[in-house]
Write a protein that binds this ligand. Structure first.
Ligand SMILES: NC(=O)c1ccc[n+]([C@@H]2O[C@H](COP(=O)([O-])OP(=O)(O)OC[C@H]3O[C@@H](n4cnc5c(N)ncnc54)[C@H](O)[C@@H]3O)[C@@H](O)[C@H]2O)c1
Length: 403
């Protein structure tokens, strides 16, 4: 089932997570790094016979100048997260990926992301339909040039502001509106990329809180084309802990009165999330699960602050105020200090392998059994981490029985 090579097309290919995915895949293929952090390398998933990490060819779109090699090197020079010897050992692999990158689009991405873009990207005058066709053709060319069996597109681009305009529920109406000028785009950039992915016969993963393939009209398009997709917003740190701890408070009938989470970090993602419009999408994604996990929704506060010196290292400090027997108040606090891209990259690789496996098994549309990987899982209301992992285990069992 896992023979041949597949393509991984990254939207946001010069970002911290994307370049860590590239570095990690190359390092593992060269036998220079163990697969720590990859769920798909655990014993329980072995029977799935997933595509090998050394059989994934990477390409992608970005909007900024500079090379993938330079971007990857910042994981050492700015964040002290990936040793320089490892980066040097995979430089040739990263240069090969650089040659496969194509210019992206900021057609409806908002001002903060537009400010990142190269002048040549800003100078493009495209309708949403023209943008989709250009992006689609790039992905198709990537597949044919590299003789790839299948392609998975992953959105790792900067988080867009929430899209507030109504999106028609049926795809035919959306499709008709794509011929309007850019200023009247019916969808944000992340959704236009998702349409391009589906038109290029690629599966799609949204690792960000941006809209992507979430609207029902885009899910309908994916189903019509027999393609799976998954999202939204990778669950890598503070929110992962929320989804582990909140079910414990509920199971012990402890009354959580308030839950405050302060997040500080300093990478480019943090700089974009410093813009109030872009921050709103992330705060909503980090906050909403507590109301679903606790019997009485507590007062919550999520803050995200950009502190440049921290680079890719995020500190989350959470303060949980709860009541026990006889109404006695107590407090739990935790501090999470994680390297964001190092936490996220193995999950991206896991998702690519699992979504590709689902496609081979004939699945299309949303994949709710991947809920444990996401803050806002599509097609799944379950938010408790252990129960979400149960969904994955059940799916694995059905796959191994049916083979
Ligand atoms: N632990 C984590 O790191 C984590 C967890 C969950 C979600 N995410 C999300 O994943 C995304 C990537 O995170 P990151 O730390 O790599 O961010 P980053 O800022 O380092 O990288 C984002 C990249 O996307 C590019 N980009 C922006 N808009 C684009 C567009 N329209 N088309 C093509 N490229 C575009 C930027 O130029 C940049 O290179 C963010 O949206 C982030 O919120 C990250």
């Amino acid at each position: 089932m896992s023979s041949g090579q597949i393509g991984l097309w990254l939207i946001g290919a010069k970002g911290g997570v994307a370049t860590t995915v590239m570095t990690g895949l190359a390092a593992m293929a060269r036998g220079l790094a163990p697969p720590i952090g990859l769920v798909t390398e655990t014993e329980a998933l072995r029977p799935l016979d997933l595509i090998g990490c050394d059989a994934i060819v990477v390409g992608g779109h970005d909007i900024r100048p500079g090379s993938v090699v330079e971007a990857a090197q910042r994981m050492w020079t700015e964040s002290r997260a990936i040793p320089p010897e490892l980066l040097t050992a995979v430089t040739a692999d990263l240069e090969a990926i650089d040659a496969r990158l194509r210019p992206g689009s900021v057609l409806a991405a908002g001002d903060a992301i537009g400010a990142l873009a190269d002048a040549s990207i800003l100078a493009r005058r495209e309708t949403p339909r023209q943008m989709i066709e250009r992006i689609r053709d790039d992905i198709c060319r990537f597949a044919s040039d590299n003789d790839l069996k299948r392609v998975v597109v992953v959105n790792l681009a900067s988080t867009e502001p929430p899209w507030t305009a109504p999106i028609p529920a049926d795809y035919a109406t959306v499709a008709a509106q794509l011929y309007q000028p850019a200023a009247a785009s019916p969808l944000p950039t992340s959704s236009l990329y998702a349409i391009a992915a589906f038109e290029a016969d690629a599966a799609y993963i949204n690792f960000t809180p941006s809209t992507g393939a979430t609207p029902p009209a885009l899910d309908a398009l994916a189903r019509e084309r027999g393609l799976p997709h998954a999202g939204c917003d990778g669950k890598t740190g503070e929110t992962l802990l929320k989804s582990v701890l909140a079910p414990m408070f509920a199971a012990r009938n402890l009354d959580v009165m308030s839950w405050v989470g302060h997040n500080i970090f300093g990478n480019l993602d943090g700089r974009i999330l410093d813009d109030p419009a872009n921050k709103a999408a992330k705060v909503q994604s980090k906050d909403h699960l507590l109301a679903a996990l606790l019997p009485t929704p507590p007062q919550t506060l999520v803050s995200i602050e950009y502190i440049e010196s921290l680079g890719d290292w995020k500190t989350a400090w959470d303060h949980i105020h709860f009541r026990g027997f006889l109404g006695t108040p107590m407090t739990m606090q935790f501090t999470w200090q994680g390297c964001d891209s190092i936490l996220a990259a193995p999950l991206v690789i896991d998702l690519v392998r699992l979504v590709d496996r689902a496609r081979q098994a004939g699945e299309c549309g949303q994949l709710p059994w991947l809920a444990s990987f996401f803050k806002s899982p599509l097609g799944c209301t379950e938010q408790a981490f252990a129960a979400q992992v149960g969904l994955l285990q059940t799916w694995i069992a059905t796959q191994t029985i049916s083979r």
